[in-house]
Design a protein around this ligand. Structure first.
Ligand SMILES: CC(C)(COP(=O)(O)OP(=O)(O)OC[C@H]1O[C@@H](n2cnc3c(N)ncnc32)[C@H](O)[C@@H]1OP(=O)(O)O)[C@@H](O)C(=O)NCCC(=O)NCCS
Length: 166
């Protein structure tokens, strides 16, 4: 498994993962992110396929914001989400950001658990943030050098939970 920058040929794979993972979609945003924030648009590639992505942007001079992260459902719980997050922490840190933040649906307990495990803390609630009225939780973390060390330690191969579509 490798983590690398998004390339235009990855667009379809990324959109398929995004369509499966989320109920709200705007494909043009991803093109826009590629054009304006390509340093912060990373994909995980396993066995020749893109199996996950993370995309972020500059929120303020000191803070990067993770816009979206998703992993192909066949490859969840293999550590790919963690590796994508470490990789984007690394890029943000190299670009002199001191903080990274994200927003997560109040009901998305699995993702919140993952973010807490990595050091994010819930900061405030954006009421009715999502188009269906659900609240969003803003989580934040200070970036520091050990993430670079962690990012270097993530070379081990990941094995998908299952290969066949359900
Ligand atoms: C959230 C998401 C990106 C996480 O991706 P992931 O690849 O499953 O994440 P990881 O595998 O790194 O971590 C998930 C869990 O698997 C566990 N795990 C990590 N490596 C593992 C391994 N080798 N074997 C088994 N489990 C492992 C982790 O401990 C983690 O558990 P915990 O955080 O609940 O304690 C993914 O679930 C997803 O795409 N969800 C839908 C979209 C979404 O909700 N995005 C977030 C919006 S804010």
């Amino acid at each position: 498994m490798i983590i690398r920058q998004f390339e235009p040929d990855d667009f379809q794979d990324v959109l398929l993962i995004e369509m499966e993972a989320f109920s709200e979609h705007n494909p043009f945003l991803y093109i826009n992110f590629y054009e304006t924030n390509r340093d912060y648009f990373l994909v995980a590639q396993a066995g020749g396929s893109v199996v996950g992505y993370v995309v972020g942007y500059q929120l303020t001079e000191m803070e990067g914001r993770i816009f979206s992260i998703a992993v192909n459902s066949e490859y969840k719980n293999c550590g790919i989400g963690t590796q994508l997050l470490y990789a984007i922490f690394d890029v943000l840190y190299e670009n002199a950001f001191q903080y990274v933040s994200l927003e997560v649906r109040a009901s998305n307990k699995g993702a919140q658990k993952l973010y807490r495990r990595l050091g994010f803390v819930p900061c405030w609630i954006e009421e009715g943030y999502y188009s269906d009225g659900e609240d969003g939780i803003i989580m934040k973390m200070r970036l520091h050098q050990p993430f670079l060390l962690n990012a270097l330690k993530i070379k081990e191969e990941v094995v998908p939970i299952r290969h066949e579509p359900v």
